[in-house]
Ligand binder design. Structure first.
Ligand SMILES: [Fe+2]
Length: 178
């Protein structure tokens, strides 16, 4: 670790750096996976998904920058090389031979869910270290991942919720109409 005038105890900083590097790998992998989906998706939903996957990739790039710079600010080294990421990532390997939009939606859904689950655990891990700033960073990322997951999942969620209303009796206000 590098010397720093940051007043967090060195043991706290070292543990936080380790947590940050774990999730840096996932964020870089997520960015690459979203680009893979952006380039290769095919089907009737092409335009929307092509653009959505690119936005997920851009967001993952912002997350990796936030995570890496926090690790360095705490006196650590950001471990962001392809080789380091490949050995560390918790995301499932992205399938190369898929094209159908449903398969890409499912693969991105899986990647975002895995990344999001890890980030939520990271919030707890660094909160236990009393590093509120790193917890805040992970909380910001967690909120963004939840939103991206919603946008990806919405393509395959069924509309049973809406259908439930179809058979319901009209409201009192509607009943009073002539
Ligand atoms: Fe592009």
């Amino acid at each position: 670790m590098y010397e720093t005038s940051n007043d967090l105890p060195p043991t706290t900083r070292q543990s936080a750096i380790d947590v940050l590097n774990e999730h840096l790998a996932d964020a870089i992998d997520l960015q690459l996976q979203a680009k893979q989906a952006h380039w290769n998706v095919k089907g009737p939903n092409f335009t929307g998904l092509h653009e959505l996957f690119d936005r997920v990739a851009a967001q993952a790039g912002e997350y990796s920058d936030l995570i890496a710079e926090r690790a360095v600010a705490l006196g650590g080294v950001a471990r962001g090389t392809l080789q380091a990421v490949s050995g560390q990532t918790q995301l499932r390997e992205y399938p190369l031979e898929i094209g159908d939009w449903r398969a890409h939606v499912q693969a991105m859904r899986d990647a975002l869910a895995t990344f999001g689950r890890g980030v939520r655990k990271a919030i707890d891990d660094v909160t236990a270290l009393s590093d509120a700033d790193t917890a805040d960073l992970f909380t910001e990322i967690s909120r963004g991942v939840d939103k991206s997951l919603w946008m990806v999942e919405a393509h395959v969620q069924d509309v049973r919720g809406e259908e439930k209303h179809v058979g319901q009796p009209p409201s009192a206000r509607e009943q009073s109409r002539p």
